[in-house]
Design a protein around this ligand. Structure first.
Ligand SMILES: Cc1ncc(COP(=O)(O)O)c(C=O)c1O
Length: 465
């Protein structure tokens, strides 16, 4: 492998403009190298800077904060921090405050569940979603089914795992304009890293659809500009963007669309008035109606600290760096061949950096072309302190297309009498006749450096026969 840094810089000269991130890594993220870790699972979770933790800790140590649902001084102090954070989330995503509201949730899945359980699906409604959605988006189909709505999937096609453009138009015309129809897709797939066009949002709107744009995998390395693109619902998890705190996500929602959601229950904090004898309740306005009980008021202020941290680095710089490293990774992985001429890996998704993010999903093959189980690749990588992710990443649709698992095989498997209630992964493996049930995902992020990528490529080189 002629993987020299000089060659990398020659091919990806933009990387040199991102040296401020190397400086930051040496100071604010020094524990990564001190611990000898090669972290390549940024799509799984981002890494936090020491300074984020210190700033948050200082804030907690200097103030006295009480439960925000009150008007005493410590409660008001907590409310102020939370509302500052809420305002800053809007600002970060350039979301006009008169158009968008922020609901804090435990994570992206929590935001998705809020939409799913409250969306006014009827038997005339459609729930349309791309094959490569995360399971927390797939799960909304259960709410749609329960209310008699039609659920349909928009396929992704090999080799790049993108949606064929004309199929989208055909699917969108199937929505009954007199009903509430929801179209859900990831701005960036957490399986293939394909970035689906944000222009789809207006195309769907033009056909009368509401749009749920899953930004969980997109937001950590791309600027989502809600002054330009206007999805109705945007779920995300903050730990994926800046590592700390975990346990907080958001549903960014258009105010008018939030209004249209019909919550199936009420809880503490969500109502203005609820009566026991009168058997009646009235929802609070906007985000308050969706934040059940006491929110994580001590950690929500750390969201503002994290966003300001990202902004101080610059989303464009992060994006550029990730793109350079991804390009190098893709280019070198595709070059690797066993002595027999067999490729070491098969990449699922685009093999260049155009309209794709920093996750590269592959399976490995031996010199005879036989697949190597993704679990043994993980075990070998673990020995080198390389953190990568294996499995199907909660994205079964993209996985089924990538691994060539057919609808017929799945139907046969799921309709077997002994599979009506329970199905283990091992049973499933038998069903699909030895096809791989998963893959290996390497994802680069904000503070990945050239050495991390080289460490992984060297690991791959060690598998060549
Ligand atoms: C695209 C996408 N959507 C949704 C989620 C769900 O995020 P969380 O597990 O934080 O709820 C993930 C998590 O990996 C994701 O990658």
């Amino acid at each position: 492998m002629e993987n020299s840094f000089a060659e990398f810089i020659q091919k990806y000269p933009d990387y040199e403009a991102t040296t401020s991130i190397d400086d930051l890594r040496a100071t604010d993220y020094s524990r990564i190298d001190r611990c000898g870790q090669v972290y390549l699972d940024y799509t799984g979770g981002g890494l936090y800077a020491d300074s984020q933790v210190r700033q948050h800790q200082a804030l907690l140590l200097e103030g006295v904060f009480g439960n925000p649902h009150s008007s005493n001084p410590t409660s008001l102090a907590a409310t102020e921090l939370m509302e500052n954070a809420r305002a800053y989330v809007l600002e970060f995503f350039k979301a006009p405050p008169d158009e968008y509201d922020i609901v804090f949730t435990p994570n992206a899945s929590g935001a998705l569940k809020l939409v799913g359980e409250s969306y006014p699906f009827t038997p005339k409604s459609h729930y349309l979603l791309t094959f490569d959605n995360h399971n927390s988006v797939n799960g909304i189909r259960e709410f749609a089914h329960a209310r008699g709505a039609t659920v349909s999937y928009l396929p992704v096609a090999l080799p790049d795992l993108r949606v064929l453009d004309d199929q989208l138009d055909v699917a969108l015309t199937r929505g009954d304009r007199s009903a509430d129809n929801l179209f859900a897709y990831p701005a960036q797939s957490n399986f293939s890293s394909v970035k689906h066009p944000l222009e789809w949002i207006e195309r769907a709107h033009a056909h009368g659809w509401d749009v749920l744009l899953d930004a969980a995998a997109f937001a950590p390395t791309n600027q989502l500009d809600l002054s330009q693109y206007k999805p109705d619902f945007v779920p995300l998890s903050f730990y994926k963007m800046f590592g700390y705190p975990t346990g907080i996500g958001a549903l960014i929602a258009r105010r008018d669309k939030l209004h249209k959601l019909q919550r199936p229950w009420f809880a503490g904090g969500t109502i203005t008035v609820a009566s026991v004898q009168g058997d009646k309740y009235y929802f609070a306005e906007g985000h308050a109606a969706f934040e059940d009980g006491t929110v994580d008021y001590l950690n929500i202020p750390a969201v503002e600290i994290g966003l300001r941290h990202l902004e101080s680095i610059g989303m464009d710089l992060i994006n550029m760096r990730v793109s350079c490293l991804t390009g190098w990774l893709l280019e070198n992985l595709t070059k690797m061949k066993h002595r027999t001429g067999v490729n070491l890996v098969r990449i699922y998704g685009p093999t260049n950096t155009s309209a794709r993010g920093g996750a590269v999903t592959v399976n490995f093959f031996d010199q005879n072309g036989n697949g190597i189980d993704h679990r043994s690749i993980e075990e070998l990588a673990n020995r080198r302190n390389i953190s990568l992710r294996t499995g199907c990443f909660c994205n079964p649709g993209a996985g089924e297309v990538a691994m060539g698992i057919s609808r017929v095989e799945l139907d046969v498997c799921f309709t077997r009498p002994d599979h009506t209630e329970r199905l283990t992964l091992d049973d499933f493996r038998l069903c699909i006749d030895g096809k791989s049930t998963g893959a290996v995902r390497i994802s680069v992020g904000m503070v990945t450096n050239f050495d991390d990528v080289q460490a992984f490529l060297q690991f791959c080189g060690s598998l060549l026969k």
